[in-house]
Design a protein around this ligand. Structure first.
Ligand code: CMC
Length: 426
């Protein structure tokens, strides 16, 4: 029997029965698509606290249990056994690749790592102190002016080529943004390196010297990239879907995702964590900042704490917390005063009643920033790192949406609270 939810308008007594749809996991959803037709009403849910915007097979989060699955596989198992490009393949195509399929996928990614020579000139147009995320938004958006051979979005092969191009070119563009900001020449990709290794090479090598990728850094980056690859319908992914729903150019859609990611409430948090720790300065200032975070009159928030969905713990944070400790020990940085401050803040907040009551736990970005810092990645590149990894999720979600036979433009409604209709003064 079809499960339904009945809504009655107390003003008119009119009743409507709405079908309930069950997913594979997670709470069922009330299908309200016919609500306006039946009852002449919209629903109101600012911030989408209770609204599923689409059906998706890509990722699943259980915020109460602290579960994150990519195509059904727990993030903990992937962190232990997989790697970023295999995870990318899984997210894009739905199944873990065979060894041969993975090799083929890696080759296709390698094939697209370079960017058009004219595009390399774009970086010069940005002022030297431009934030690398600003450069990313601009340059990724301008990919839409190139690569016209993959722009028929109704053709699945074109969509796939555009998706692979974006995944492949993102590290090249990210590294070029960084090189521009420090006044060093752009470095071409080296395709015998891994995905993370190539990024490190393009960021840190210079034409005049040999450079060897540090395997510890390469492994740590690959792990963080896996953690960040997808996170279902978050702000930036929803932005990409909404932009894509108008059948916009895919490169422009990803640029819109990068813009949404940049905010400190989302991907910008990893950079904000480091800035906050610098501001706190020393452990004896922690109580003062905790008090500020609790004060409703003060806009200050403890960056790297809290999550819209995870109300128990963030499983990604648990994985990279351990990786962070291991890495700091390996690099001999565990006694660095900055890291000691971070760990003291973590300990203090986890014992504080306000943070316990509101279920505010350190999220993935509390630790990812610490790892990036330990690897020598500059603070203003942290969110760019996130964008590189999340590109996989964005393109996977975009491809899923574009393949839907009943794909329609996204068009939210509103509760209008402005002036009622009135006449222009005579
Ligand atoms: N510090 C202090 N108070 C907080 C914090 C925080 N970091 N986060 C939430 N709260 C309080 C908030 O003031 C509110 O209190 P009250 O109920 O008294 O009004 C309550 O907790 C619920 O917060 P909310 O803003 O309604 O929760 P949300 O689900 O809308 O926001 C969030 C989630 C992640 C935007 C928020 O927790 C936050 O701003 N955290 C800091 C930024 C951050 O670390 N973001 C990275 C998220 S993980 C990476 C990603 O997926 O993008």
């Amino acid at each position: 029997m079809q499960r339904t939810v009945t809504i009655t308008d107390s003003a008119t007594g009119k009743t409507v029965e709405l079908p309930v749809r069950e997913g594979t996991a997670g709470p069922p959803v009330v299908d309200i698509a016919n609500l306006y037709r039946e009852l002449g009403m919209f629903t109101y849910d600012p911030g989408f606290l209770s609204t599923a915007s689409c059906a998706s097979q890509i990722a699943f989060i259980d915020g109460d249990e602290g579960i994150l699955l990519y195509r059904g596989y727990p993030i903990e198992q992937l962190a232990e056994k997989s790697n970023f490009l295999e995870v990318a393949c899984l997210l894009l195509y739905g199944e873990l690749p065979t060894a041969g399929q993975l090799r083929q996928f890696e080759e296709r990614i390698r094939h697209h790592t370079m960017i058009h020579e004219s595009l390399r000139d774009f970086f010069k147009g940005f002022y030297h102190d431009a934030h690398p995320m600003a450069t990313m938004v601009g340059v990724v958006g301008s990919l839409s002016a190139f690569y016209h051979d993959s722009l028929d979005i109704h053709n699945p092969e074109h969509r796939e080529t555009a998706a692979l191009r974006m995944i492949a070119k993102m590290p090249t563009i990210a590294a070029a943004s960084y090189k521009h900001s420090i006044g060093e020449p752009q470095i071409y990709p080296k395709n015998d390196l891994s995905y993370a290794g190539n990024l490190l090479h393009m960021m840190f090598s210079v034409p005049s010297e040999d450079y060897e990728v540090d395997p510890v850094a390469e492994k740590a980056l690959d792990l963080i990239f896996m953690m960040h690859a997808d996170h279902e319908q978050n702000a930036s992914t929803s932005t990409v879907r909404l932009a894509g729903s108008s059948q916009a150019n895919p490169f422009a859609c990803i640029a819109s995702g990068i813009a949404a990611l940049w905010g400190p409430a989302h991907g910008g948090a990893n950079e904000a964590v480091l800035n906050m720790l610098s501001e706190i300065g020393t452990a004896d200032n922690i109580p003062k900042y905790i008090a500020r975070a609790k004060d409703k009159q003060d806009p200050f928030r403890l960056m790297g704490f809290g999550h819209r969905v995870y109300k128990n713990y963030d499983p990604r944070a648990r994985i990279i917390r351990q990786a962070c400790h291991d890495l700091l020990a390996k690099l001999g940085a565990a006694n660095d005063p900055f890291f000691e401050l971070a760990l003291a803040l973590e300990e203090f907040a986890l014992k504080d009643d306000y943070f316990i009551e509101k279920k505010l736990y350190p999220n993935v970005d509390f630790y990812s920033g610490l790892i990036y810092k330990a690897l020598g990645i500059p603070t203003n590149m942290f969110t760019v790192m996130f964008a590189i990894a999340r590109t996989v999720g964005w393109v996977a979600q975009w491809m899923e949406m574009m393949a839907e036979p009943r794909q329609r433009i996204g068009r939210p409604r509103q509760l209008y609270v402005g002036k009622a209709q009135r006449d222009y003064p005579a």
